[in-house]
Design a protein around this ligand. Structure first.
Ligand code: PEP
Ligand code: MN
Length: 338
């Protein structure tokens, strides 16, 4: 971090900045120019709030030289991180992990039918929401605990893991017994209280990018979970809101290599929410695999037109299986298994 004083800063103001760094135990190198004084912080010091320096009298600006996220940063952890849950390892360079299932768990028959198709596709993880963050309070809100029981039983029947969304920290004690991976949805990427609680739990977290979040903000949200002591974070690109309205969201393929360059955490793609229209989902899934995603999160429903949520973007079983076959060929061309 670089701290630069104003041209006519007084000696007392300069002393105050030095005093503050000394108080916090942050090593700095002072640069005394002809007109200005500046400091560079040295080494891998403990994090501090740059605003606490920026507000001091006489300070002109504070420039962040390195990224504000440390634990999620590839600079401090050059090797890829992988996350192991039973015999599934997410983040391997030679495998694309498939997570698929309905948007919402709706009934025993629905989740069992989907689980069978998901298994047939070669996927290792069954998705399905029991707590649904819907834009309208009048839309289906999810089955809650009965839904969690259904998805757990269906996953166990087909030897699959379960990923399901947690909307509020009050749901964590209940959900712990049913899910293998907690999903944090796009709407909750900024729910720092929830992220802190997840940091204290021994379970992986699939963290989705907010609809208007920069990649740095996503990585800072990952940092919250990691700073709490939980290193098992999976990043997920799920489309962002742009001026385009022919698609529900704009799927940001560039987020995949960019996140992988900046961070050692696994990066997966959700082409279903990413584009939001069934017809275009396979193309986005293929693009995500070609871009190097460590995994895919896909919505599939036995009868999408009757789905209680996100039917418009859900694939039917035949479309889903055909798409996975195409993705598998792309993965193979890249020397990866799917
Ligand atoms: C979902 O996965 O069904 C979901 C609500 O996703 P998102 O948070 O990306 O909108
Ligand atoms: Mn959905």
């Amino acid at each position: 971090m670089l701290v630069v004083m104003k041209k006519h800063a007084t000696e007392a103001q300069i002393q105050q900045v030095e005093h503050r760094f000394a108080e916090w135990g942050i090593p700095v190198q002072r640069i005394s120019g002809v007109e200005r004084t500046a400091w560079g912080t040295l080494g891998n010091h403990r994090p501090f709030d740059p605003d606490k320096i920026a507000v001091l009298d006489g300070v002109d600006y504070v420039h962040q030289v390195t990224e504000p996220y440390k634990l999620a940063n590839r600079s401090f952890h050059p090797a890829d991180s992988t996350i192991r849950i039973r015999d599934v390892e997410i983040g391997r360079p030679d495998e694309v992990i498939l997570m698929a299932g309905p948007c919402s768990i709706e009934s025993e028959a629905q989740i069992n039918t989907v689980a069978a198709i998901v298994k047939e596709s070669g996927a290792k993880i069954l998705r399905g929401g029991a707590f649904k963050p819907r834009t309208s309070p009048y839309s289906f809100q999810g089955l809650g605990e009965p839904g969690l029981k259904l998805i757990r039983a269906a996953a166990d029947r087909y030897d699959l893991l379960v990923v399901s969304e947690v909307m509020d920290k009050s749901q964590l004690p209940l959900m712990q017994d049913y899910v293998d991976i907690f999903q944090v949805g796009a709407r909750n990427m900024y729910n720092y209280d929830l992220l802190k609680e997840l940091g204290a739990l021994p379970k992986p977290v699939l963290l989705k990018r907010g609809i208007s979040a920069t990649l740095e903000e996503l990585l800072m949200s990952a940092e919250y979970i990691m700073a709490g002591g939980n290193p098992a974070v999976i990043l997920c690109e799920r489309g962002i809101r742009t001026f385009e309205n022919y698609t529900r969201n704009t799927f940001d393929v560039s987020a995949i290599p960019t996140l992988q360059a900046r961070s050692h955490l696994p990066v997966i793609a959700d082409p279903s929410h990413g584009v939001g229209i069934r017809e275009y989902v396979p193309a986005m899934a293929r693009a995500a695999v070609a871009a190097g995603a460590h995994g895919l999160l896909v919505e599939v429903h036995p009868d999408p037109d009757q789905a209680l949520s996100d039917g418009v973007q859900s694939l039917n079983p035949a479309q889903f299986l055909m798409m996975i076959d195409q993705c598998r060929q792309i993965a193979a061309a890249m020397g990866k298994q799917l």
